[in-house]
Design a protein around this ligand. Structure first.
Ligand code: TLP
Length: 343
């Protein structure tokens, strides 16, 4: 089976499993897991932040950040199809008591002008803007990379209005591999950022929430505990993360090449709508219009041929390349797409 449903489906490699098996561990609630501590120090140094906190998931990283920066009753500016909007089960409202102020982006990217319009006036009756969240790369936008200049302009606005900024960097490593920009060039513009180890980097679980403010770190640790995310001998997972940071960043470019190849092949199919030039990284989002099969039937027909993809609702589909997809499997996926969609 060629599984392009997500880059979350990767399984730890043998070398990663060896690193996990031999990890030195301790109780991380006491701050005594040397491998977790090493991972946190590594990540903080890599992104030019003072501290990093290992958390079980990207969702928890985002939700801790929202809770840390806001007061109940405030709102968070976020793109309309952001993961925080679509896929976190309403956690921002349920856990932090904030509402989300959606801004409709272009392929998931919002501009400084849009943010400026969305920031609320500070009069006594209008809801207050507590936080601005960006997502880089943007998942539902199709793995889109934020231009640094846009981030800089949004940061300048945030400074003027004294609003903190959080980055959902679940796939920031894909942006880093694609642009070859230093990680800190993105990270410097955010008060907090979370990055995932369990997407393209291929670790089985884990994300890192990073920041400069050590008082914020202290509160983040308490909230992580409150949300049930404080772990014990989590060095076993952190070892996978260290291995991933050391070995799996540069290779992400290969996933991007595979995604481009899929997009180019899909473009040749008459019922498919896709612009391969918009595929920046490892996510391929496309529409199938006027095919005799319904979207669920198309997904089932592809599965029958050995290819798994996700339906995004309506006529949209998503295919994601990753560590467990070789060049030969990409070629096979192209053939299966052609076989099923061209009939
Ligand atoms: N994304 C998953 C699904 O939840 C949709 C996927 O298959 O792409 N931020 C972004 C941008 C994400 O894409 C994801 C996961 C997360 C956060 C959450 O990560 P986890 O699943 O570790 O909580």
């Amino acid at each position: 089976m060629i599984d392009l449903r997500s880059d979350t489906v990767t399984k730890p490699t043998d070398a990663m499993r060896k690193a996990m098996a031999s990890a030195e561990v301790g109780d991380d609630v006491y701050g005594e897991d040397p491998t977790v501590n090493r991972l946190q120090e590594m990540a903080a140094a890599m992104f030019g932040k003072k501290a990093a906190l290992f958390v079980p998931s990207g969702t928890m990283g985002n939700q801790l950040a929202i809770r840390l920066h806001t007061q109940p009753g405030q709102e968070v500016i976020v793109e309309s199809k952001a993961h925080i909007v679509r896929y976190e089960q309403g956690a921002a409202g349920a856990l932090a008591g904030v509402q989300l102020h959606w801004v409709v982006g272009n392929r998931g990217l919002i501009t400084a002008e849009q943010v400026e319009t969305a920031i609320r006036p500070t009069d006594p009756y209008t809801i207050q803007t507590g936080l601005i969240c960006l997502e880089n790369t943007h998942n539902s936008g199709g793995g889109t990379i934020y231009p640094l200049a846009t981030i800089e302009r949004i940061r300048a606005l945030a400074n003027t209005h004294r609003i903190p900024m959080h980055l959902d960097g679940a796939r920031l490593f894909n942006a880093i591999a694609a642009t070859t920009l230093p990680p800190a060039s993105y990270a410097q513009h955010f008060d907090t950022l979370s990055v995932c180890l369990s997407k393209g980097l291929g670790a089985p679980a884990g994300a890192l929430l990073m920041m400069n403010d050590l008082a914020l770190l202290d509160r983040a640790k308490r909230l992580r505990r409150m949300y049930g995310g404080a772990m014990r001998q989590s060095g076993i997972l952190a070892a996978a993360g260290i291995y991933a940071l050391e070995h799996h960043i540069a290779r992400l470019k290969l996933d991007h090449d595979h995604a481009k190849k899929l997009a180019r092949r899909l473009q040749q199919i008459p019922t498919v709508r896709i612009s391969p030039q918009d595929v920046d990284t490892n996510i391929v989002i496309f529409d199938v219009i006027g095919h005799k099969l319904t979207p669920p039937a198309l997904v089932a027909a592809l599965k029958q041929e050995g290819l798994l993809i996700n339906s995004l609702g309506g006529t949209s589909f998503r295919a994601v390349t990753h560590l467990d997809i070789s060049s030969a499997m990409t070629d096979q996926a192209c053939e299966i797409f052609a076989r099923v969609l061209e009939t």
